[in-house]
Design a protein around this ligand. Structure first.
Ligand SMILES: Cc1cc2nc3c(=O)[nH]c(=O)nc-3n(C[C@H](O)[C@H](O)[C@H](O)COP(=O)(O)OP(=O)(O)OC[C@H]3O[C@@H](n4cnc5c(N)ncnc54)[C@H](O)[C@@H]3O)c2cc1C
Length: 591
């Protein structure tokens, strides 16, 4: 199948070469004599794929061959259920860092401090902070921003990040939005990285010099990492002798399905690290007999470890995308979406000069507001706040209520049921994405669909199970709608809703719209969360799986409380911190 065979011995095996997996593998490989195997289901050369490396082509990747494209139950209320496909996850070396929308943002300090109830004192803002900055190298070649911002990436991390390019084609839109935001009393910020996030932010992106930055960059120049691409994990292999002699469960390797469809087994002298992401990591544990006993029994799987939280506690941000038609000349649609002179010019500028609209991450401006005044007027909210001891249930420590993304173009990645407008329908659009950051609904689940390792697990996000989440989303949508339609500057360039009017004046119709049109913010996490013990979570503070030796989980699955923003920076942090935890456990390798 490849140059390696099953007899090759590795110190560590990382199952899933995604965002966190590559970070872990790359850091463990800093000792050149340590051998690491990375098992990756997707392609191994994402750096050669233009659609992946070109920033403004990110939306094209949804439902492509690089997308796991999961079927997902978004909403499962007594009176209304909605199942959708595709829920995007990256299938390539670098994982979802090859398909994501670039925003580089850590989250509020207070929300990380909430992790301590699950992970102990090491998992707080202060315990995570250095690792949030360690992955990146910050660039500001044009010297547009304060030199102090270099603190977000000054230690030579492999991921180049920079502020949005602020491309001239949408300068008019940016000015209008900025003025509208200010006219409503909002503030502006360039820095959300210090533990407080508030205002309209010229966002930092995992983009530099016109190219996407992804986690495979951790592996560049590391010949002691072997990547087995197009290879799916099948199950973990246990050390039967150790297990029967000493009455313990020890993992020694992994069985995979190779690119040729044949099974192969690989063994780790030290540890296996599962980094297959929030949906596949719990699936692999369950297929290997680590999970809730009764749920495993339904598939004839004997529980090696009865671990009740495996696949539970799925968190994500619900979003509500809405589209406006803008006055001609304010959007990027004709530069990026439609065939014609402007698109030809954009392609040429990118090809020959590495410049132009294709270098844009498209989410140039991101808003992080609180909407206390508006919420306070809603009786259900006031009652919930009173019942919460007077603390705001959506941001008890002053966290922002929403992340609002402003994409100056029609974006089908957020609105896949709405047809892309034709040229005759106007040349400029705005997609506004309102992302509820700390939803109250009961968490979702990932369970098995079958014992076939190639079959998708069953995913239920359980969005809007709590009515108060609908109320908060509704008021958030109304709040931003007011900024856009009545704020100075924006009100002059907004033409109309697309494709149908928003039912602004009716609570009932707004609630219905939210149930029918909301989507995932693409930030699922929590399915193998940190815990003080097996009654609370799946991994301990050192990311070791409870009840099993030589096995850790290092990816978005371990997050116990969802960060109040997009989460790639947190996932890289987990990879970096996890690698340091492993290094500390093997002083003979990493003295
Ligand atoms: C469309 C999209 C947009 C996003 N936008 C942003 C954004 O703008 N900003 C932000 O901060 N975050 C964003 N995110 C979220 C962020 O990118 C993810 O949370 C993060 O990358 C997840 O990292 P991970 O290591 O947990 O999983 P992944 O990076 O998904 O890695 C899992 C890896 O395991 C591999 N794998 C899975 N199953 C198997 C198997 N059975 N065998 C072998 N290999 C397997 C996968 O192919 C993948 O490479 C976005 C995500 C998506 C999908």
């Amino acid at each position: 199948m490849t140059a390696i065979d099953s007899k090759t011995e590795f110190d560590f095996i990382v199952v899933g070469g995604g965002t966190a997996g590559c970070a872990v593998a790359g850091r463990l490989a800093e000792n050149p004599s340590v051998k690491i195997l990375v098992i990756e289901a997707g392609i191994g050369n994402p750096g050669d794929v233009d659609a992946i490396t070109t920033p403004a082509r990110a939306f094209e990747l949804r439902d492509s061959k690089y997308d796991w494209a999961y079927k997902t139950t978004m909403i499962d209320r007594p009176e209304y259920t909605r199942v959708e496909k595709p829920n995007t996850r990256g299938k390539a070396l670098g994982g979802s860092s090859c398909l994501n929308y670039y925003t580089w943002i850590p989250g509020s300090a207070a929300t990380f401090d909430d992790w301590a109830a699950y992970g102990g004192d090491e998992w707080t803002w202060e315990g995570c902070r250095e690792y949030l900055y360690k992955p990146a190298t910050y660039h500001d070649d044009k010297k547009h921003f304060s030199p102090e911002l270099s603190y977000i990436g000054s230690k030579g991390g492999p991921i180049p990040v920079s502020h949005s390019d602020l491309i001239p084609e949408v300068a008019g839109f940016r000015d209008a939005l900025t003025n509208a935001w200010l006219s409503k009393g909002g503030v502006l910020t360039d820095d959300v990285h210090g533990g407080t996030m508030r205002g309209l932010w010229k966002c930092t992106n995992s983009i530099y010099d016109g190219k996407r930055s992804s986690s495979w960059m951790y592996l560049v120049g590391k010949p002691n990492v072997v990547v087995l691409s197009k290879t799916n994990s099948k199950r973990l292999l246990f050390d039967e002798d150790e297990n029967s002699n000493k009455n313990k469960v020890v993992v020694k390797g992994v069985e995979v399905i190779g690119a040729d469809g044949e099974p192969y087994s690989f063994f780790a002298k030290r540890e296996v690290i599962v980094s297959s992401g929030v949906f596949e990591s719990p699936k692999l544990l369950m297929l290997s007999g680590i999970g809730p006993r009764a749920a495993l029994a339904q598939f004839g799987i004997e529980a090696v470890v009865d671990s009740g939280h495996v696949g539970q506690n799925l968190l994500d941000h619900p979003i509500l995308p809405h589209v406006f038609r803008l006055k001609d000349g304010y959007g990027l649609d004709k530069h990026l979406l439609r065939a014609g002179l402007e698109k030809d010019a954009a392609v040429s500028a990118y090809r020959w000069k590495n410049k132009g609209p294709l270098t844009s991450g498209l989410l140039e401006l991101v808003g992080l507001p609180r909407i206390d005044d508006r919420l306070a007027r809603i009786p259900e909210y006031a009652a919930a706040k009173a019942a919460n001891g007077g603390l705001d249930p959506f941001g008890p420590a002053g966290q922002p209520h929403f992340e609002i993304d402003f994409v100056p173009m029609f974006s089908d990645a957020f609105q896949w049921h709405i047809p892309t407008p034709a040229a005759a329908q106007g040349d400029s659009y705005l997609t506004v994405i309102v992302d509820l950051l700390r939803p109250l609904s009961k968490t979702g689940t990932v369970t098995l669909n079958s014992t076939d390792p190639l079959e998708q697990p069953k995913i239920s996000l359980n969005f809007f199970a709590d009515d108060l989440d609908i109320v908060a989303m509704r008021e958030g949508v109304r709040w931003v709608d007011d900024v856009l339609t009545t704020g100075t500057g924006m009100r002059d360039i907004i033409e109309e809703d697309y494709p149908w009017p928003m039912p602004r004046s009716s609570d009932e119709a707004m609630n219905k719209m939210i149930l029918e049109r909301s989507q995932t913010g693409f930030h699922p996490c929590g399915t193998l969360r940190l815990g003080n013990d097996i009654g609370q979570g799946v991994v301990d503070s050192k990311l070791r799986v409870f009840g099993v030796e030589n096995l850790r989980v290092i990816d978005a699955s371990v997050i116990p409380v969802i960060p109040d923003c997009r989460i790639q920076n947190s996932v890289y942090m987990i990879g970096e911190k996890g690698a340091d935890i492993i290094k500390a456990a093997y002083p003979d390798l990493y003295a």
